[in-house]
Design a protein. Structure first.
Ligand code: GUN
Ligand code: ZN
Length: 438
């Protein structure tokens, strides 16, 4: 049996770093290697040691002097918004009505969905992202298209058909019953098939009636191993409207709580303006707050207080994400650069070890998939990214003065994008070089 030995400067986090000097938090080998067999990592560490473990037939991919990390994870993205990204001049609710809903209507056409799913996953891989938690459109066919493309590439992705039955154009509305039935059928067909995972996806409280929220709660109770994904506390007008629509709820978070939608598999996009009570409810239920910095800046939504959430007495589980097409870039490097600035605007710093932990192991833990992705630990799937911190002339000249790993990571995050991504392995197979239009 042929094994693949991926050689380079290996970096994988064991736990969340406590400071910019906390190299104990990671496995770091300057002449390292990852041994891959049947799509899984079987050994990692010093090259000479791993080479002897590899035994007989072994193919070597020599990526020295580049860094080898777990593939990036994007915890919140809308694949039908590839033609929404870069839409000018609106805050959330107008942006949804003027740009997003018209584009998502086109996904009634299954061919369109398939084409965009293909382009979307190509783009994710080009950017070093090997796992996404994706919103599809309301149309069942859009989720089928996404899963078919994802499965064909053997990617570990989480996705779901959006449920929305009010406050949206007729063509984009399902009903409590059809939303339930389509979701149920998609779970039966796709959840756990190959590497695919299903997320029950009520878009947000504004676009679901109480009847549909009941159905989403029923699905969540019936499928506790599925994820739940929705939006929470992104924009002040949105918060006001959601609270008006559910006057019996204590606050926006309580709307979801009342329908049984909080929990350890629940991913809440944005969570910018949570009260202490809401943050407690999120923490106590193990729910995840998803930080989408480029989107929050682009739509003028507000500043996610990363350190407040992480350091409070009852800390929140936090993930990071692009939120394309409210977000403005597919790259998780660009995303963490903007995350740094959002944190800086609040008088704090997000250190580069923490950033790279977040977009690998941190996001995997937040999505409860760290046993499969987000690290280079033996037994996990071989989703890997190879990064070149000298990829452009500007990066190269800056690298001349870099003396530590943390500085190199910060340079990658600040100046890097898809050009810094030299190769991507999806379940052990080189995927970036294999793209038709890399
Ligand atoms: N809230 C409800 N739907 C959306 C969406 O598509 N993008 C963003 N950023 N927020 C939302
Ligand atoms: Zn979103």
């Amino acid at each position: 049996m042929t094994s693949l030995l991926i050689r380079g400067r290996v970096l994988s986090f064991r736990r969340e770093p406590e400071s910019v000097d906390d190299l104990e938090s990671c496995l770091h080998e300057e002449d390292g290697a990852v041994l891959v067999r049947d799509g899984k990592i079987v050994a990692v560490g010093d090259f000479a040691v791993v080479r002897t473990q590899a035994g007989g037939v072994v193919e070597i991919a020599d990526h020295r002097p580049h860094l080898i990390l777990p593939g990036f994870i994007d915890a919140h993205v809308h694949f039908p918004q590839m033609q929404v990204i870069a839409s000018y001049g609106a805050e959330l609710l107008d942006w949804l009505n003027d740009y997003t809903f018209p584009e998502e209507s086109k996904f009634a056409d299954a061919q369109h969905g398939r084409r965009v799913a293909r382009l979307f996953l190509d783009e994710a891989v080009r950017q070093g992202t090997t796992t996404v938690a994706a919103y599809c459109s309301v149309h069942k066919a859009s989720a089928e298209a996404f899963f078919e493309e994802s499965h064909a590439r053997n990617m570990l992705n989480i996705a779901g058909k959006v449920m929305m039955d009010r406050n949206a154009p007729e063509a984009l509305r399902d009903t409590p019953q059809t939303g339930y039935d389509d979701t149920k059928a998609l779970i039966a067909e796709w959840h756990g098939r190959g590497r695919q995972l299903y997320a029950i996806t009520p878009r947000f409280a504004i676009t679901s009636t109480p009847e549909q929220m009941e159905m989403a709660g029923a699905l969540t109770a019936e499928h506790p191993d599925c994820h739940v994904q929705t939006h929470l506390s992104e924009n002040h007008a949105e918060i006001r409207w959601a609270e008006e629509l559910y006057p019996q709820a204590k606050d926006y978070t309580d709307i979801y709580a009342r329908y049984g939608l909080l929990g350890g598999n629940s991913l809440f996009g944005h969570c910018i303006h949570l009260s202490e009570r809401e943050a407690d409810a999120m923490s106590e239920s193990g729910s995840v707050a998803v930080f989408c910095p480029t989107s929050n800046l682009f739509l003028g939504s507000g500043l996610f207080d990363y350190h407040r959430y992480r350091r409070r007495g009852k800390p929140l589980r936090v993930a990071s994400a692009t939120d394309v097409g409210g977000g403005t870039n597919y790259s998780m490097l660009r995303t963490m650069d903007e995350a740094y600035k959002v944190v800086a605007l609040q008088g704090e710093k997000l250190n580069p070890l923490q950033s790279f932990w977040q977009l690998t192991r941190g996001n995997a833990e937040a999505l409860s998939i760290a046993d499969r992705a987000g690290t280079l630990e033996p037994g996990t799937d071989a989703d890997i990214v190879v990064l070149d911190a000298s990829a452009t002339p500007a990066m190269k000249v800056r690298m001349e003065t870099v003396t530590t790993l943390a500085q190199e990571l910060f340079l990658l995050q600040t100046l890097g994008d898809d050009r810094a991504v030299r190769e991507v392995y999806v379940a052990g197979k080189a995927a970036k070089g294999a793209l038709l239009h890399p």
